[in-house]
Ligand binder design. Structure first.
Ligand code: G1P
Length: 290
């Protein structure tokens, strides 16, 4: 059933991925905690969700990811130390970023069986509400935030954030077949995971922001394997076409693919260039070193 009240309260954050592209760093550090300038990737996704009005956060973790739980908890020794040193600003910052008691849940994905499987692992916490999904790898710089733009333009049904990509890159993304376009909203006629350019229905790719109606979880429960032998969220979204409305949202903003080294370095560079403390000097250094 499509929910028509505009409130979306819950977000799922799949953070179980192995991060093999960032080995050896990710041998012990979850890739979602790698810093872009001074904030872990996952914090950008949380900040975006909070700006969009999300109140409950469901992390889907995996083995070796317990540092993420610690990150979202108080660190009593650190806070005491900062207090003793009168470092009030940073103390306030790290206390403020702790999410409200009871608003955070962690569920473990025991096997890396795909994004659809990770999202499905959160099913019991979602309890039949429309839910947002944010992939922390996709760092999106946007005002208002990408998820906020989506929720403001959502009117029931499933929704994915979209952007145009070069045709040669379609095999890295979920790709939609567009129908009617209304401003930034694109009707989705078909969606396919990681098509080769010659099979791609368009060059309009899905980036890691989703709004899911509960019926998507019914299809995920069937645990059907798709591209790369994984349970794909894309396939369950596809199964709902014709049953619930489905739109792409061509957000305003810039997305950095922090799942690969180049995108990660670009994001760091962007935030360094715009940092009030180091921006100027960094720009000078960059010019000298190009
Ligand atoms: C996932 C999704 C894909 C989407 C992409 C966006 O792929 O399966 O549909 O386009 O995120 O980043 P992944 O990058 O995890 O392989």
């Amino acid at each position: 059933m499509v929910q028509t009240n505009k409130k979306i309260r819950k977000a799922i954050l799949p953070v179980g991925g192995l991060g093999t592209r960032f080995l050896p760093a990710t041998k012990v550090i979850p890739k979602e905690l790698l810093p872009v300038l001074d904030k872990p990737l996952v914090q950008y996704a949380i900040d975006e969700a909070i700006e969009a009005g999300i109140e409950e956060f469901i992390f889907v973790t995996g083995r070796g990811k317990s540092a993420i739980e610690d990150y979202f908890d108080h660190s009593i020794e650190l806070e005491k130390n900062l207090m003793d040193q009168n470092k009030d600003d940073i103390l306030k910052y790290i206390q403020d970023m702790i999410l409200k008691p009871g608003s955070v849940s962690f569920v473990r994905q025991q096997v890396p069986a795909g994004l659809g499987h990770a999202v499905w692992c959160a099913k019991n916490f979602v309890s039949n509400e429309t839910v947002a999904v944010l992939l922390a790898d996709d760092l999106i710089v946007a005002r208002p935030s990408c998820m906020k733009q989506m929720i403001e333009n959502w009117d029931g049904g499933n929704m994915v954030a979209t952007m145009d990509v070069p045709y040669q890159d379609t095999s890295s993304y979920g790709v939609i077949k567009p129908g009617k376009t209304n401003g930034k909203k694109i009707e989705v006629k078909h969606i396919i995971e990681k098509p080769n350019p010659e099979n791609a229905p368009s060059n309009i790719a899905v980036v890691g922001r989703y709004i899911l109606e509960p019926s998507v979880f019914d299809d995920l429960s069937l645990q059907k394997k798709g591209t790369n032998g994984e349970i794909q969220l894309t396939d369950s979204l596809s199964s709902q076409i014709g049953k619930v409305p489905f739109f792409g949202y061509n957000f305003d903003g810039k997305r950095y693919d922090c799942g690969n080294k180049l995108g990660f370095i670009k994001a760091n560079s962007f935030f360094a260039l715009n940092d009030p403390l180091i921006g100027k000097e960094y720009k000078k250094w960059l010019k000298e070193n190009i």
